[in-house]
Design a binder for this molecule. Structure first.
Ligand SMILES: Nc1nc2c(ncn2[C@@H]2O[C@H](COP(=O)(O)OP(=O)(O)OP(=O)(O)O)[C@@H](O)[C@H]2O)c(=O)[nH]1
Ligand SMILES: [Mg+2]
Length: 174
């Protein structure tokens, strides 16, 4: 059995935990704590990591590791990124003002590894379009930007499929 480590990264509140919870076939390991000032949309935050798993076939298992989004926990990014084969970078399409910070965070990841951008929260009213996200993050043409709503299984699987395609795991998932 081949076990492939994929990291799910991105800014605070972009939907990393939700993405892994939706994708995982096992109950996820989470490290959520309640926010001191919860909002209607966000009541908890990740303080260490998320973990979930997906079996592609008899031979391949994807292990998903989610990062915490808060600045003061950024030391966890390098720890979680160790040994990853690729990553999903999640941005919040409902908050255009978060994209500058997203670009900054992306620059601290190894973009020579296979990665895709999940333009998340596309189910919100007036989300930032995919092409604008591409230009705001100054992405190379070969980096896929996939529209996503992490509340839907089909949508998160589209993102993971785009990543496994760019990792050349197609044969494994066939
Ligand atoms: N409607 C909708 N809600 C979403 C989507 N993605 C995430 N959410 C919600 O947005 C909120 C924040 O999502 P989280 O998964 O906690 O975000 P996170 O990136 O893990 O946040 P931190 O770990 O605190 O950085 C939660 O209430 C999610 O349920 C989406 O695509 N659509
Ligand atoms: Mg989280």
């Amino acid at each position: 059995m081949k076990r492939i480590k994929i990291v799910v990264a991105g800014p605070y509140g972009a939907g990393k935990t939700r993405f892994i919870n939706t994708a995982s076939e096992i109950e996820t390991v989470s490290t959520e704590v309640e926010l001191e000032k919860p909002t209607e949309e966000k009541k908890t935050t990740t303080v260490a990591m998320d973990y979930g798993r997906i079996t592609l076939d008899d031979m391949t298992q994807i292990n998903l590791f989610g990062t915490p989004g808060q600045d003061y926990l950024d030391f966890m990014w390098e720890i979680l990124a160790k040994g990853m084969k690729g990553f999903v970078f999640i941005v919040d399409s409902s908050k255009p003002e978060s994209l500058a910070e997203a670009k900054n965070i992306l620059s601290s990841f190894d973009t020579s590894l296979p990665h895709v951008i999940a333009a998340n929260k596309q189910d919100y009213p007036d989300p930032v379009p995919v092409e604008e996200i591409r230009s705001r993050l100054a992405l190379s043409d070969h980096v896929p930007v996939i529209p996503c709503a992490a509340i839907e299984k089909e949508s998160v699987m589209d993102v993971l499929e785009a990543l496994t395609r760019s990792m050349d795991l197609e044969a494994a998932s066939a």
